[in-house]
Write a protein that binds this ligand. Structure first.
Ligand code: 4NP
Length: 148
């Protein structure tokens, strides 16, 4: 799960996806990262922690890290929150196999539409609730896709 800062959207996506795996009896490694480095080492934004906690998910132990090329070797699927993140990840890809792993996460919910999870950083709480709903629905589809 990849966003820009790894403090708002992708930590939520990581927490939600881990819960979905449990709920669906699936196994897998879920992690998150940011394509920018300015928040490395920080815990999630308090507004992300709050909306997660309200939904029974504890993301407070996560710490921000930067996406790196080695993530292409560690993961089968790489989900970008928006087009900027997608392009940043694609720039680091070494070959077609790397590129084939990268998707816009909302394409699991709205195939082919290339919709984006909006950056909620400069907005209010509503933005985080909206992001939570989008990610919950997308992660549900990812889990269902893993069962096929
Ligand atoms: P995120 O949100 O990419 O969802 O973690 C942001 C967090 C911080 C900044 C931008 C987006 N920032 O500019 O510091």
């Amino acid at each position: 799960m990849v966003c820009l800062g790894n403090i708002c959207r992708s930590p939520l996506a990581e927490g939600i996806m881990k819960k979905k795996l449990e709920e669906h009896g699936l196994t897998g490694t879920v992690d998150s990262a940011g394509t920018a480095s300015y928040h490395i080492g920080e815990r999630p934004d308090p507004r992300s922690e709050e909306i997660a906690r309200k939904n029974g998910i504890n993301i407070s132990t996560q710490r921000a890290r930067a996406f790196s090329r080695s993530d292409f070797d560690r993961f089968d699927l790489i989900f970008a929150m928006d087009r900027e993140n997608y392009n940043n990840i694609m720039r680091l890809a070494r070959n077609d196999q790397d590129r084939s792993k990268v998707e816009l996460i909302l394409n699991r919910l709205h195939p082919g539409k290339d919709m984006e999870v909006p950056d909620p950083y400069y907005g209010g709480k509503d933005g985080f609730e909206n992001v939570y709903r989008m990610l919950d629905a997308s992660c549900e589809q990812i889990a269902l896709g893993m069962k096929k």
